[in-house]
Design a protein around this ligand. Structure first.
Ligand code: HEM
Length: 274
């Protein structure tokens, strides 16, 4: 194991520990002051327990899988690139499903608990909407371009065009991926801030500054550190996964052979990889 693997592995582990520790302290607050998950309330959209499902889905099943997906190429070098790609897709599909469920739940909760005024009320909600729109676009585009076996459906010429589109989009896919992680992190951060703030407005005499500040510090400081560290791992160009020795796998070589070059496409680039 080289210095690169130790650094990427170490920073990734630290980042994930920060995110998990911060999330656990934030959850403790929800258990101690905001009902946690009371089973008989989970079917009542106006309840605190129902709201807490939004946190469960958005933090634990959206932010965390997205973070794992973001590091899967760089940190999991002990598995094949194709397996890392599958993991990347799996984690982001969990995030995709959880983000839809998290949105539906909070939309129903806001209406049931606060009436029409409850919708799209704070910076968290606007940043959250931008986050979801971009993330959903990214997921659909990635499935369309990189997970459908176009060889089965397209002619050689169209396959060539598709290869060019894939190659051109990969840089945007990376850039949008970085932005998505930042947006998800900021959305969650604002979400927790908004939720702590709302706690002070509920008239609970035990919910005072002295009691709540330790929860805020213990949750948001490690969470923030984890977010920054993870960003450092995914932005550092030195941590890119080393290129495999064999550039083309037999199956890709077969695909390339089946696309016989013509005068017009001879200079076209091959399909790109993640
Ligand atoms: C990427 C993660 C998240 C996204 C995309 C997101 C998205 C949203 C959206 C779109 C709404 C508005 C729903 C409506 O107005 O009908 C909302 C509301 C809310 N969310 Fe999140 N959320 C995320 C994570 C969190 C987390 C981790 C918390 C932590 C407690 C949280 C707390 C809240 C609160 C308190 C509201 C009500 C806000 C208000 O009254 O303005 N959210 N969220």
């Amino acid at each position: 194991m080289g210095i690169r693997e130790i650094s990427v592995g170490g920073y990734s582990a630290l980042a994930l520990s920060g995110l998990i520790a911060g999330g656990a302290f934030a959850w403790k607050y929800l258990e101690d002051y905001r009902e946690g998950l009371v089973s008989e309330d989970l079917a009542k959209p106006e309840s605190e327990s129902y709201f807490n499902l939004h946190v469960l889905l958005m933090y634990w099943l959206y932010l965390l899988p997205n973070a794992l997906g973001a590091i899967s190429f760089r940190a999991f070098t002990f598995i094949e690139r194709d397996t890392a790609k599958l993991l990347h897709a799996l984690f982001n599909t969990i995030g995709f499903a959880a983000s839809i469920a998290g949105f539906v739940i909070i939309y129903k909760h806001q209406g049931a608990a606060y009436g029409e005024y409850g919708h799209f009320y704070s910076p968290h909600t606007y940043i959250g909407m931008i986050t979801l729109a971009l993330y959903w676009f990214q997921w659909v585009a990635a499935v369309f371009l990189y997970f459908i076996s176009w060889e089965k459906y397209l002619s050689s010429e169209d396959l060539m065009r598709m290869g060019k589109i894939k190659g051109a989009f990969i840089q945007s896919h990376r850039a949008i991926g970085y932005i998505c992680f930042v947006l998800i992190a900021v959305s969650c951060f604002f979400g927790f801030m908004t939720n702590y703030y709302y706690g002070f407005t509920k008239g609970d005499p035990n919910h005072d500054m002295n009691s709540i500040m330790p929860y805020m510090n213990q949750s948001m400081v490690p969470m923030f550190a984890g977010m920054m560290l993870l960003l450092a791992v995914i932005l550092n160009t030195k941590y890119v996964r080393p290129k495999p020795k064999e550039v083309y796998k037999p199956q890709e070589t077969a695909t390339l052979k089946s696309v016989s070059p013509t005068k017009d496409n001879a200079s076209a680039p091959p399909t790109s990889e993640f």
